[in-house]
Write a protein that binds this ligand. Sequence first.
Ligand code: NAD
Length: 244
Amino acid sequence: MRLQGKTALITAAGQGIGRASALAMAAEGAQVWATDVNEKLLETYAGVPNIHVTKLDVLDKTAIQKLINSMPALDILFNCAGFVHNGTILQATDEDWNFAFNLNVRAQFWMIQAALPKMLANGGGSIINMASVCGSLKGLPNRFAYGASKAAVVGLTKSVAADFVGQGIRCNAIAPGTVDTPSLGDRINSYADPVEARKNFVARQPMGRMAQAHEIAPIVVYLASNESVFATGQLFSVDGGMTI
Ligand code: NAD
């Protein structure tokens, strides 16, 4: 039980990588606060041991503070919430840019700012931020606002890591390749030819397939656990060879 005695908070845990990570952390003994803006999705956790579900919209700063204040302890924060905009810079609107930066970056700023005092009072903690191969390691076509915002996550991560490295706080980011999650399925289905679109997503993965969400969760558990005690300020890519 690598996370026995630890308390974790995960955003966007209703589905996809967030959900797989919540289940993996709970299986390792952590008490997991699994949050999402969509309460319906959280109902699927009914009966799962060590999971506490709570609605949280990460765009609501007051709600973030309220939730963190209500938690008995906080050792692990996994900032997973994010949204993908399609399009080049020529198609991007100010609204797209603002939404991408609010959800993908500002929410992490708010979550960490609210969580840090509790972690510091407790002697430390591990923060894991969701970046992506896109933007932080590779420029991908048609992902202008998304790529820019996910690259910013890496700078945010390194800044927090540098400022609190002497106080027991570790802050790392992860960069998954293409993961077959519900939102990716929705995006694929929104193309005129979904079969062709799926083929194109698979084609950018040298392993010839997309990841499943549970194949990303182990890096999250590792970074949450004391096994990664010497790692901070880094970006960990789990991408099926996308960045070889
Ligand atoms: P997903 O996109 O299928 O699910 C996202 C979840 O976020 C949903 O449960 C949704 O309700 C929740 N959410 C949306 N807005 C929210 C808000 N304001 N507050 C709280 N929760 C909110 O899941 P996914 O595809 O696993 O993506 C999770 C993260 O992983 C995102 O940050 C995404 O950018 C990143 N990522 C995904 C992939 C991929 O290929 N799927 C690759 C790299 C990075």
